[in-house]
Design a protein around this ligand. Sequence first.
Ligand SMILES: NC(=O)C1=CN([C@@H]2O[C@H](COP(=O)(O)OP(=O)(O)OC[C@H]3O[C@@H](n4cnc5c(N)ncnc54)[C@H](OP(=O)(O)O)[C@@H]3O)[C@@H](O)[C@H]2O)C=CC1
Ligand SMILES: O=C1CO[C@H](CO)[C@@H](O)[C@@H]1O
Length: 446
Amino acid sequence: MGLDHLLTRRDVLGATAGALAAACTYGLRAEEKSVSKRSALEQPRIALLGAGWRPDIKRNGRGIAIGLQAVKFAEMGVVCDVDSIARDYACQKICNGKSLLVEDYRDVLSRDDIDAVLIATPDHWHAKMSIEAMLAGKDVYCEKPATVTINEGRLMADAVNKTGRILQVGTQQRTESDHRFATAIALVQEGRIGKLQRIEIGVDPGNIGGPFTTSPPPPQLNWNLWQGPAAEHEYITERTHWTFRWWYEYAGGKLTDWGAHHVDIAQWAIGQLDSGPSRVRGQGVFHVPYENGYPTRTDTFNTPSTFDVQCQFPDDITMVINSGENGILFEGTEGRFFVNRGKLTGLPVERLKKDPLPKDYLERIYDGPPPASHMSNFFDCIKTRKQPVSDMASHQRTITTCHLANLTLRLGRELQWNPETETFINDSEADQFISRKARPGFEIQM
Ligand SMILES: NC(=O)C1=CN([C@@H]2O[C@H](COP(=O)(O)OP(=O)(O)OC[C@H]3O[C@@H](n4cnc5c(N)ncnc54)[C@H](OP(=O)(O)O)[C@@H]3O)[C@@H](O)[C@H]2O)C=CC1
Ligand SMILES: O=C1CO[C@H](CO)[C@@H](O)[C@@H]1O
């Protein structure tokens, strides 16, 4: 059967040759695709940007996980990935092959039959794709960390304000894990550990690896499009797939990978979702020498493996982020407790049996009924146009703390930060790291 039997006339006219060449043979039938026959509110049509699939270890990427969550609320119209094996596999896994397959996300954003996008590419693409999607009128579920620089966060928050689109960040600890993190926030905010003094965030060590060898990119991968706004490099397998996390070009190592979750919860607990630390210092172990904040080799992972960073917040609260047991320890004048995805422990938690939190504590935390899940909250907000639980304005603040933690390690010295102006204090060298130049042709256009 030819593609012309499967695609509407508008698809044929609107899609680029690349997108059409990539359309899978299952395609979408004309009557299924007609925008006039469906309501975007009743059943939004969505696209997944970045599927993720590691054939070598048979590991699904995050894109497949959130794609499967999202198809409970919406129809998957397009699966987009720069790796044809990953997009074929994800399309089969998420919707039995019933979606269009596209290599270039721009061919998704130009479609007017897509209402929202899920972004699960490596981190260096998140800001550009999200902003362009919002400007194209789409709502966005963007995986964490949403940014690789401080400035990208400001641009994303500005784009949300400018376009009025919904942007949910994939920091699902805000809603899930049996509300364990929300309960931890309530324990702090209800004064169950007295005055909070110290928060210790433990994150597992980052990966060490290299030197790696360069090679031609595999035939199924568009390496130019994979790199996008990041600095151009020869292909190294370990730069791609899951291990992009350990290169500053594409991510921020463990400090942003897990900081995006735990620092986020900690700042919520101390009421600092609209501000940040004033001082950041610490030590980290890098397996590549650094000069002026940049790695001196291009063939090894370059983010720190272990670290110990102290961030100073108002009210004499110190947040420590180190390589320790994964989770958050809250310490106050009258007790301490620990929370992670699997447990909430400590004397203040034991005491809840006799002296529970107020019945409506979750409603107070969420300013309304607790969301059933992070993904359901996204689709609810598409309908209500209310801000989602993980809104961009607050994520921008919490991920900035993670970027500051990385920068103090990269520069090897203490940094003073002004959270009001969002600039460093008398530190033009550090200011240079607030944003970075995109590869020509891949700049963010607002
Ligand atoms: N909230 C959570 O709990 C979790 C969130 N995440 C987040 O999800 C994101 C993806 O992580 P993960 O799934 O582990 O990573 P993967 O590398 O497994 O998946 C990313 C996919 O995106 C592809 N890709 C790269 N560039 C583009 C592009 N321009 N357009 C379309 N596709 C592209 C990659 O290709 P290739 O295979 O060639 O690299 C890969 O298939 C990260 O930001 C991560 O932090 C991840 C896990 C859990
Ligand atoms: O929640 C998560 C589980 O672990 C992954 C790998 O470190 C993270 O990327 C992710 O955010």
